[in-house]
Write a new protein. Sequence first.
Length: 406
Amino acid sequence: MKVAREEYQERLAKTKESMAKQEIEVLLITNPANMYYLTGFDGWSFYVHQMLVVIDEEEQPIWIGRTADANAAKVTTWLREENIIAYPDTYVHSRITHPMDFIASILTEIGLSSRHIGVEMDSYYFTAKCYAALTQGLPDALFKDATLLVNWLRIEKSPVELAMMERAAVISEQAMQAGIELVNEGARGCDVAAQISYAQFRGTPQFGGDYPAIIPLLPAGERTSTPHLTWTDQPYQMNETVILELSGCYQRYHAPIARTVQIGKPSVSMKNLSSIVLEGLHVCLDFIKPGVTCEEIEAVWRKTVERHGVFKESRLGYSMGLNYPPDWGEHTASIRKGDKTIIRPNMTFHLIPAIWSEGESFEVSESFYVTETGCRTFGNVPRNLYVKESMPMKEIEEDKNENSAG
């Protein structure tokens, strides 16, 4: 499954339209997801500085990066070879020179030194030193903040993107089922994470998996009071709660999902909490349709759960899909109070109405896309609190061996 060159060209044309609205003549992109979106560039090279240069009057962007990664651009993108420019390895992690010095010299050489230049100011991959080097090397340029220019174009998915997310969802289901099956008294979190990762990478006989932007999140016990903890090597204990949040990934597209497992008999309060959260989730999914706003979705959730005395401070969800580490979110629309983004067909979100507390915590989530009349979830994992009775270690080992052989 590949994106056609024509789709890349359409994406580039829309990017230039947004640039024109913001009076940007040259756009400098360092976000690897945005590079991928516009060109298909796909390499684990974002730990060194690289850039995609979009010029308003040019047919193709220019990729500039490390010499060792230039062939990755030749292999994975639709760019002409002359639009792939490499800087010498002497610029890599140097205390003397910086890759942005090289990039500034290239922009000067091709006559862009005094243009209106947009940069992704708030990107994980664009540092303060990057900006300082560029402004020093291009003193006559007018720099503008173009942080989310491409991200907002990515919020509505094409048919091929939705198909990729459907495949990611199948992998998510398999990984989640593997995790739920193995969470038992005496099992180690690291062993559960290993089997989840195996399922994520292996994929299906029809299509394989990619590495996800976020590793499996597996807090257990008191660690479930916060969402973004991973696993430990400690065995799970009877009466512990274990939260699993993960995503399959197919060609950099994600479909995250979360579920909660209770080892041993759940308390009455835990049953009540899970019931309330699930009610809120279902009400939201029934409410979502084109034309409503993100804050209206959150209001429906809040009205539903607060009458039961349940409150949630963090956002209810966010747009997601294509991305690289450290996040599968798109950093655009959030389902929360004050976000007036209007929901449109083919938008995709991770709806995560979870409650984390120092008492009892319950997490459940669904990835969905907006249809012409409502929304559809990508995954098909039953929504409930999973209750696991004690299982002898021998059975746990047998389960792991069968999973590995599968």
